[in-house]
Design a protein around this ligand. Structure first.
Ligand SMILES: Nc1ncnc2c1ncn2[C@@H]1O[C@H](COP(=O)(O)OP(=O)(O)O)[C@@H](O)[C@H]1O
Ligand SMILES: [Mg+2]
Length: 266
């Protein structure tokens, strides 16, 4: 069974997209896993990093979501035909585009609106993949609820800065509500400290996170310009010799271990 992991935090700029891209690539390139990345952010940064050009005339997540919201179903064959391939990093992906923001409006009145993404990512689509990573948008709205309904686990990247913990309570509360209702088996795989550096602010934030969460990943992601360089070039960090590449490889190893145990870090 494939592991469907939502990378989420309703704060922007904490490293969600960078983590989705680089974790996915490390799983694929270092551990030979077949990985599907799902872009669920209308900003579509992940799709851009993967070299998506909006002129291939095939549906993106926007059309798939709109279709399911209005007709209740979309066949696995159609979904499979929408999966693109990024050769540079051996990654499969379902792209987003700016119109995904409009799809949110269509979703808000649809029947069983929380399960739209789950119906797109049906078992016969998922069985082709070892891991499916969903890059979430910075909001607690219906798209995030869809991601957490479709997922078996979530990873929360947290930037180790002054207001790092702000908003985490609201996300935790949503997590417990979803577990109590539509997705009882959802787990918090782990909290991932990102952009760690040697400043007192960063060290304090890291200490607070480890006091608060017993499911912090062992791996932390340091701050480095390599992050932006890699996404600009479309080449994942693990392809290059650098600290961040090693860290994302370690993170993917941790996740594979946790998947084998079938548990979260808690
Ligand atoms: N470890 C890191 N060190 C330095 N900059 C980073 C790191 N991870 C991400 N960034 C940069 O921070 C910005 C926000 O990252 P991004 O992954 O897009 O966050 P989000 O998806 O949560 O909005 C981007 O410009 C990215 O290049
Ligand atoms: Mg993002």
């Amino acid at each position: 069974m494939s592991k469907v992991i939502a990378i989420c935090n309703q704060k922007g700029g904490v490293g969600k997209t960078t983590t989705t891209f680089n974790l996915g690539a490390a799983l694929a390139l270092k551990f030979d896993k077949k990985v599907l990345l799902v872009d669920l952010d209308p900003q579509a940064n992940l799709s851009e990093y993967l070299g998506f050009v909006d002129a291939d005339n095939k549906p993106t997540m926007t059309q798939l979501i709109t279709e399911v919201a209005s007709k209740a179903m979309v066949s696995a064959e159609i979904v499979k035909s929408c999966i693109r391939y990024n050769e540079l990093n051996n990654l499969y992906y379902l792209p987003a585009d700016i119109n995904l923001a409009n799809a949110e409006t269509v979703m808000s009145t649809a029947l069983a609106r929380e399960t739209i993404l789950k119906r797109i990512l049906s078992d016969s689509v998922m069985e082709d993949f070892d891991y499916v990573l969903i890059d979430c948008l910075p909001s607690l709205g219906i798209l995030l609820i869809n991601a957490l309904t479709a997922a078996s686990g979530m990873i929360i990247p947290v930037q180790t800065q002054k207001f790092a913990m702000d908003g985490l309570q609201a996300l935790n509360s949503l997590y417990y509500q979803i577990r109590a209702t539509i997705n009882p088996t959802l787990t918090l795989i782990g909290v991932l400290p990102t952009m760690v550096d040697n400043t007192i602010v960063s060290k304090t934030a890291l200490r607070k996170l480890s006091d608060e969460y017993n499911n912090l990943f062992r791996t932390v992601i340091h701050k480095s310009v390599e992050a932006a360089k890699s996404t600009e070039s479309g080449n994942a960090l693990c392809k290059m010799k650098n600290r961040l590449g090693d860290e994302y490889t370690e993170l993917s190893e941790e996740i594979i271990c946790l998947s084998k145990q079938g548990t979260s870090k808690s």
